[in-house]
Design a protein around this ligand. Structure first.
Ligand code: AMP
Length: 203
């Protein structure tokens, strides 16, 4: 059975954490524009480098991200897409290159998002995500190498949430209007969120 899954939600809703697990569980590719852009931050494009947009919490221009997604989906048998589409033009582009089997929205309140993002830390070796309050690693070696993403500092977090409200909420409305959207309470415990997503994917 093919699994072509789209995970929608605000920054901090848990898309990355859940996508990683889904990719492992179903043997599908985790396609994430955020990670792809972070790995190519200094790449020169006709619009400038991705870094200049990312550090400001703004969207990287559509042609750059569309190309990343198209190349990734070309190579994938099944996938979970995380962090794309972030505006209606990207959504239209996506529908021109693939069909989807499940569209899932992780719903999380804004004040919870701010706490999650500003306390978030990342292990640069494994890409695993932790939190200073809610999910601190036991291993001291891991603790010492954790880093905060530059765009997780509070000012940039506010800008990213504003960009989300303006550009990405219409994408969620678009899928809701089509009747394709399954909404899941993203404030539930991570294992519970995962089980609910799995029910949708297998249903
Ligand atoms: P993320 O890791 O998904 O929070 O993405 C980090 C940053 O990468 C965003 O704030 C944007 O600057 C950029 N980015 C990621 N995905 C996209 C996208 N689909 N369209 C435009 N910019 C993106």
């Amino acid at each position: 059975m093919s699994h072509r899954i789209l995970l929608l939600g605000a920054p901090g809703a848990g898309k990355g954490t859940q996508s990683k697990r889904l990719a492992a569980e179903y043997g599908i590719d985790h396609v994430t524009t955020g990670d792809a852009l972070r790995a190519n931050k200094e790449m020169e494009t006709e619009y400038g480098t991705p870094k200049s947009f990312m550090d400001a919490g703004e969207l990287v221009p559509d042609p750059v991200v569309n190309e990343i997604v198209q190349a990734a989906l070309d190579d994938a048998d099944g996938f979970v897409l995380d962090g794309y589409p972030r505006n209606l033009d990207q959504a239209e582009y996506l529908s021109s290159i693939t069909d989807l089997d499940a569209v899932i929205f992780l719903d999380v309140d804004e004040d919870v998002l701010v706490d999650r993002l500003t306390g978030r830390r990342m292990d640069p070796e494994t890409g695993d995500i932790y939190h200073v309050e809610f999910n601190w690693p036991d291993d001291e070696a891991v603790q010492e190498r954790l880093v905060q993403r530059e765009d997780d500092e509070e000012d940039t977090v506010r800008d990213r949430l504003e960009v989300y409200r303006e550009n990405t909420e219409p994408v969620i409305e678009h899928f809701r209007d089509r009747g394709d959207l399954v909404e899941i309470d993203g404030e539930a415990a991570p294992d519970e969120v995962f089980d609910r997503i799995a029910d949708v994917v297998e249903g």
